[in-house]
Structures are given as C-alpha cells and as structure tokens.
Write a protein that binds this ligand. Structure first.
Ligand SMILES: *Cc1c(COP(=O)(O)O)cnc(C)c1O
Length: 231
C-alpha cells in the first residue's frame, strides 16, 4: 500500500514536472507523517523516504528520537514561541514563521546554540480567517525586520491553499506566492534568499509544481487518510 502510494505520487510529480518543462530534481517531496505511528514511518524509511514533515512539536520530537538519524525533519505546522527550544536542533527547516515574535524566539534560541535556523515565511495568500500566516501585503515590511536577525536564514515562502474540489481553483494562489517570492528576491535583502517555494498538498501538488513549487507536502496521498481519533 505505502509502496504503491509512493510510486503513484512519484509518477505524478514526474508528470507535473514534465508538463511544464521542469526537471524532477527541482522538486522535493516531503512525506507528511503527522498522526501516523512510528512503525509506519519506519516502513516509509525502509522504502527510501528521508524527508518527513510534522505539524506538532511533541510528535516531531518523539519521532525524531525514535527513528534513524539520517532522516530530515521539517516543521510544517503552527509553532508556539515557547516550544521553539524543543525542535530547533532537530529540524532542517521551519516552514511556518508567521509572526515577528516567533522569529524573535527562533533568533534567540538559535543564537544560544550557535546555529543558524533555516525558515520559510508562511503567507496566508487566500486570506482565510481560519489560517495562520502573514498577509501578503505585510511580507515586505516583515522581510526588512527579519533581515537583521543573524541566526535566521530565510529560504523562501510557504502557503497552505484552501481545500477545494477542483485543484485548478488554487492555481492563482500558487501563482501569487511565486510572484511574491520573485518580487522579494529582486530586493536582494541580507539573510533572505527565495530558493524555496513550499506549496501543494495531496489535492493540488501537481498544479503547485506547474506554478513553481520546489517543495510539496504530501500526507494523505502517501500514508492514506488520517485517523484523528487515535491521537
Ligand atoms: C497535513 C498537512 C499537509 C498534508 O496534507 P495532505 O492533504 O494530507 O497531503 C501539508 N501541509 C501542512 C501544513 C499540513 O498541516
């Protein structure tokens, strides 16, 4: 099941890359393993998966300690300031920086450990009230402030698109995030690069790739539906 799912996702990624003339190696697949038991992640690891995404600090931290150390962990969910310390040295990338106060907490914790934290700025492109993220018009001011944080490297932008029946409906959202990243990159700000665009989930990752995604976050498509009653 897991093997077939992974193969199906891989071939859809390849098809999407092919359809827009991009190279497969421009797109990184993040296996979103939230709510799934450690045994399932082990199975995925045996099948070659090395990049996992989690959205809860405790769960990420527990799984990190139980699974092989060659795994790269990505924090993709909303992060509370007081929990930064539990994951800062366990993750490759925090996708969800959505406030200056969180950025300050990351800066402080990273400085304490003498490391540089790689982060993405989460942008609420669709302006959904239920979602976290900076408003698109806030991002430039935010960039100017975060540029002074020497223990944070901003690598790009992330968005969570709305849940829609037809993934084509999200194409303008992805295009807008891409445009924003190009506009930011043109400003050449210290500590800011725009090499990563994290967008696209199970329902819409192919469209996201066509619009420039360099990281897609796929959970259900790999691991099947989540059972929240179990966690
Ligand atoms: C759960 C989650 C995903 C994966 O969602 P699927 O629809 O299961 O692929 C991607 N990104 C974030 C931020 C998530 O919380």
């Amino acid at each position: 099941m897991l093997k077939e799912n992974l193969e199906a996702v891989e071939s859809k990624i390849q098809a999407a890359c092919h359809s827009c003339g991009r190279s497969r190696d421009e797109v990184t697949l993040i296996a979103v393993s939230k709510t799934k038991p450690v045994e399932t992640l082990k199975e995925a690891h045996d099948l070659g998966v090395r990049i996992f995404g989690e959205n809860k600090v405790q769960e990420l931290s527990d799984k990190h300690d139980l699974l092989p150390q060659d795994i790269h962990w990505h924090m993709i969910g909303h992060l509370q300031r007081n929990k930064v310390k539990y994951i800062i040295d366990k993750v490759d990338l925090i996708h969800s920086v959505d406030s200056l106060r969180l950025a300050e907490a990351i800066e402080k914790e990273a400085a304490k450990r003498d490391l540089v934290a790689n982060v993405l700025l989460e942008v609420n492109v669709a302006k959904e009230e239920s979602k976290f993220g900076l408003m698109p018009e806030e991002v430039f001011e935010f960039i100017d402030k975060i540029a002074g944080f020497s223990h944070i490297q901003v690598k790009g932008l992330m968005t969570i698109a709305p849940f829609v029946d037809n993934p084509e409906e999200n194409r303008p959202i992805f295009a807008r995030l891409r445009k924003l990243s190009v506009d930011i990159a043109e400003k050449n700000v210290d500590n800011i690069t725009m090499s990563i665009l994290s967008m696209g989930m199970t329902n819409d990752y192919q469209v996201a790739i066509e619009e420039g995604a360099t990281m897609v976050r796929v959970g259900t498509g790999i691991f099947g539906a989540r059972d929240y009653a179990q966690v």
